[in-house]
Design a protein around this ligand. Structure first.
Ligand SMILES: Cc1cc2nc3c(=O)[nH]c(=O)nc-3n(C[C@H](O)[C@H](O)[C@H](O)COP(=O)(O)OP(=O)(O)OC[C@H]3O[C@@H](n4cnc5c(N)ncnc54)[C@H](O)[C@@H]3O)c2cc1C
Length: 529
């Protein structure tokens, strides 16, 4: 079968890409491994899963009616509500008829003679298209550490990113949760409410700020909807795609009282904008330490047991250098008598046994193990696609030492292959819906431009790619980000190259750069007819 375009993935990226390409009159086929739309929000059904960006900001802006008709019930939407939103979008724009669900793309090879991508699926389908667009997400390749004995465990083993659709009833059960990143921090308080006992295995404590989640009033929603054109513009021009994040003065230039007042105000407001309190938190270690110490002070206040509090205080990375978590009652959960914290730095997990988790110091009997161990981020889903470009070069081989892209949109040697929120773009450092819409619009406009001019192939110029990759690296070094062993750096995956993958230059500046490149006739790209 032959299409104009093939899109891989039917999360928010793939859905909007399909909509835009259809609007150009192209024939499109989308392949999605899951049985429904929604991507992240289809797979991550763990208890407590919710957005850490405010609902009114974490939504599509491309259609005025969609934006006005949808009603969010809470300040931070829960996973079921976001999934309902994705399904609503699919219905509203009649997307499902071009999506093949339950089908994984397993190979994609560029046919240089015909300028076509030849794509294979796990269902044995072979299809071809001029344009191949990956919408596979930055956080869709779940990572389960291979502890010795894991397969011998007699109870249920669950990954937060592959949660059973029917849900899990933890009543009366002893539960191990391994991992205290965002998914662990969201799920632990909810699991603790149900389970008989929860044992949390923590390697790295993480910074977390309260969500202060609450229902949204109709008045508030109406106000935001009335202001949407201006608010959306502010988001697009901002650093992170979020509203209300940016402070205007450095922490080191105000008095201690002023600092404390600002931190307290942001803590009371809740959410990611805590990090925007001052302009130097992401770049100056002394300013960063002031913000970090403020959060440690909060942990000290909340957690009654001094030793547990100390274990929960992050000291090995600057605040914000890993995606900051947004929680509901996380630290207070450790005051419960039925929750135990095990520090696996000092007491490592040695094996999983048929009845539990054995650390160096003890055996913890449990009925269920929840792996909240995250993802092979950003490059993981792309490298699993089995992509080969010009001259049989595989993407895996090309990215052996880390991803190399031009603008995070294309990689030289892989013509007509676009990547939505790829490495080298702001992606995971932003409100991702803002970044997704920007990439999809840019790609659709580019394809339309190429069609109008009869261009059959577009590829990144290797020199432009080299310069951009060096720029991405250079800008990251102005910040404290590379100092953390984070998934931004590939540090959670054994053997993965340590390269800072997203672009920290900011959503607004990045958009301007992409627009300029397009206005200059796709400068830095090689076009052939
Ligand atoms: C638990 C969690 C919470 C998050 N919270 C936020 C948040 O609060 N704010 C925010 O901005 N971002 C958040 N994110 C990031 C989130 O991934 C993005 O916001 C957004 O949903 C990404 O959409 P996407 O379509 O690009 O990718 P995804 O939603 O990941 O969708 C990609 C799809 O591609 C499919 N796919 C992958 N490989 C293949 C293949 N080979 N063949 C076929 N299909 C394939 C996958 O099955 C998946 O459905 C969160 C991520 C996670 C995991």
């Amino acid at each position: 079968m032959r299409f104009d375009a093939i899109v891989v993935g039917a999360g928010f990226s793939g859905m909007y890409m399909l909509h835009r390409l259809r609007g150009l009159g192209l024939s499109v086929r989308v392949f999605e491994a899951g049985d429904g739309v929604g991507g992240t929000w289809y797979w991550n059904r763990y208890p407590g899963a919710r957005c850490d960006v405010e609902s009114m900001e974490y939504s599509f802006s491309f259609d005025r009616e969609l934006e006005q008709e949808w009603e969010w019930s809470e300040r931070y939407a829960s996973q079921p509500e976001i999934l309902r939103y994705a399904e609503h979008v699919a219905d509203r724009f009649d997307l499902r008829r071009d999506i093949t669900f339950g089908t994984r793309v397993t190979g994609a090879a560029y046919d240089e003679a015909d300028h076509l991508w030849r794509v294979e699926t796990d269902g044995g389908e072979r299809v071809a298209a001029r344009w191949l667009i990956t919408a596979v997400g930055c956080l869709s390749a779940a990572r389960v550490p291979d502890f010795p004995g894991a397969s011998t465990f007699g109870g249920a083993s669950l990954h937060t990113g592959r949660w059973p659709h029917e849900g899990v009833d933890f009543s009366g059960l002893r539960v191990a949760v391994i991992g205290t990143g965002s998914s662990g921090i969201q799920s632990i308080p909810v699991i603790a409410d149900q389970a008989e006992h929860v044992t949390v295995f923590q390697r790295t404590p993480n910074f977390s700020v309260p969500a202060h989640n609450r229902p949204l009033t109709p008045e508030y929603q109406n106000q935001v909807k009335a202001d949407y054109p201006d608010l959306r513009r502010q988001m697009r021009e901002s650093m992170t795609g979020l509203l209300g994040a940016a402070g205007t003065v450095p922490a080191l230039e105000v008095t201690q009282e002023e600092r404390t007042r600002e931190f307290e105000a942001r803590w009371a407001r809740g959410g990611i904008p805590f990090l925007g309190a001052f302009t130097d938190i992401a770049v100056d270690p002394r300013a960063n330490e002031l913000a970090a110490e403020f959060v440690r002070g909060k942990i000290r206040e909340i957690v009654s047991d001094a030793r547990t509090a100390e274990l929960l205080m992050p000291r090995d990375h600057p605040i914000g250098s890993k995606r900051i978590c947004v929680d509901t009652g996380y630290f207070a959960t450790y005051n419960r008598p039925d929750v135990t914290l095990v520090d696996v730095r000092s007491d490592p997990i040695e094996e999983i046994t048929p009845t539990g988790v054995r650390t160096a110091a003890a055996h913890h009997e449990v009925d269920v193990i929840v792996y909240a161990t995250g993802f092979d981020a950003m490059t993981g889903p792309l490298l699993r696609l089995g992509i080969t470009g010009r001259g049989g070069l595989s993407l895996k081989r090309k990215w052996e030492a880390g991803p190399r892209t031009y603008l995070g949109l294309m990689s030289a040697g892989f013509p007509n292959l676009f990547t939505i929120t790829g490495p080298g773009s702001p992606s995971v450092l932003s409100n991702m819906i803002v970044s997704i819409e920007q990439h999809v619009d840019w790609i659709a406009d580019c394809v339309a431009w190429l069609h109008e001019r009869g261009v059959t192939a577009i590829d990144a110029d290797p020199q432009a790619e080299k310069n951009w990759t060096a720029h991405v690296d250079e800008v990251s070094r102005f910040t404290l980000y590379p100092q953390a062993n984070s998934w931004y750096m590939g540090a959670n995956i054994p053997g993965k190259p340590r390269v800072f993958m997203p672009y920290v230059g900011g959503v607004g500046a990045y958009r301007l750069k992409c627009d300029q490149v397009a206005a200059d006739g796709y400068e830095g790209f090689l076009l052939s007819s």
